[in-house]
Design a protein around this ligand. Structure first.
Ligand code: A3P
Length: 303
């Protein structure tokens, strides 16, 4: 898969994407959600794998013949909008999220997505499905996205850091503008009560507290022992070693360039932004976010 050509970034429905997310668009829009489906949505790199794993373990902690533990997370919690070359077998077939979801035999179905709120299939809202949205501050999101794009041939060529940062500020990224994504999901909450909004930074600060909030939203009540096991399993250092989530099975990702489970920190942007880049980002941020009430933390709790 070293030879897999990187896709072009293309304009699509007023936003930006690649053919991998566009080709199956009609089936995505016509996707029939079930009332007990749980949808996990994030802008890329906000911890969707982490939260998917938490939910998967909460619902299906015990390995079952239908849902064996060794299956990678992307098979256990399919991403709705993907249309990728098959994970194994040389990439000759196509892997569509919608088809994978039709084959899921466990219930509820846990579904992952990076779609902006306006592109989520209507059936999720009509069925009043539970939706978990995870937001991460823009500075750490762009850093994480940059390293992800370096290691993933399924993404367009990232180019150098400075041009990448400016492209992010312009919203010319796969899945569109971070600013539009987080603000529009935030604005959805008052009219859609089955939406649980959470922050990556809070999950880093106190994973147990955030899992408890998730449980109360989902109506789950794990035992004290189960919670302890779960908290241990989803700690950064453990997930980094865990074949279920490390994405090592993807032939088009190269963990040697940058590991998929990379740093897991709040404030890593400081190792990437120059003083001038930070000033420019802040200035632009104030303008773009001036009408939104969503507030992010960009500093770790201790620092
Ligand atoms: P970094 O690149 O900053 O390390 P996604 O799953 O949405 O693609 O998000 C990936 C980001 O979540 C990466 O951020 C990854 O390291 C981080 N992440 C994954 N598991 C984590 C965990 N258990 N604790 C903290 N961060 C985690």
């Amino acid at each position: 898969m070293d030879s897999l050509p990187r896709p072009e970034l293309v304009e699509f429905k007023g936003s930006w994407s690649t053919h991998y997310y566009i080709e199956n668009w009609e089936n995505i829009q016509n996707f029939q959600a079930r009332p007990d489906d749980v949808l996990i949505v994030t802008y890329p790199k906000a911890g969707s794998t982490w939260v998917s794993y938490i939910l998967d373990l909460l619902y299906f902690g015990q390995s079952t013949p239908k849902n064996p533990r060794f299956h990678p997370i992307q098979a256990r919690v399919p991403t709705l909008e993907i249309c990728f070359p098959e994970y194994s077998g040389g990439g000759s077939t196509t892997h569509r999220g919608t088809e994978q979801l039709d084959k899921v035999v466990t219930s509820p179905r846990l579904i992952r997505s990076h779609l902006p709120v306006g592109s989520v299939p209507k059936s999720f809202f009509e069925q009043n499905c539970k939706i978990v949205y995870v937001a991460r501050n823009g500075k750490d999101s762009v850093v994480s996205y940059f390293h992800f794009d370096r290691m993933t041939r399924i993404q367009p060529e990232p180019g150098d850091w400075n041009s990448y940062l400016h492209r992010f500020m312009e919203g010319k990224m796969v899945h569109g503008s971070w600013y539009d994504h987080v603000t529009s999901w935030w604005e959805k909450k008052p009219t859609y009560s089955n939406l649980h909004l959470m922050f990556y930074e809070d999950l880093v600060e106190d994973t147990g507290r955030e899992i408890e909030k998730l449980c109360s939203f989902l109506g789950l009540s794990p035992s004290v022992e189960e919670m302890e096991v779960l908290k241990g399993t989803v700690q950064f250092d453990n997930m980094k070693q865990d074949r279920v989530v490390d994405h090592s099975g993807f032939p088009w990702m190269d963990n040697k360039i940058s590991p998929f489970i990379r740093k897991g920190k709040v404030g890593d942007w400081k190792n990437h932004f120059t003083v001038a880049q930070n000033e420019e980002f802040e200035e632009d941020y104030k303008k773009k976010m001036k009408n939104s009430t969503v507030k992010f933390r960009t500093e770790p709790v201790s620092g």
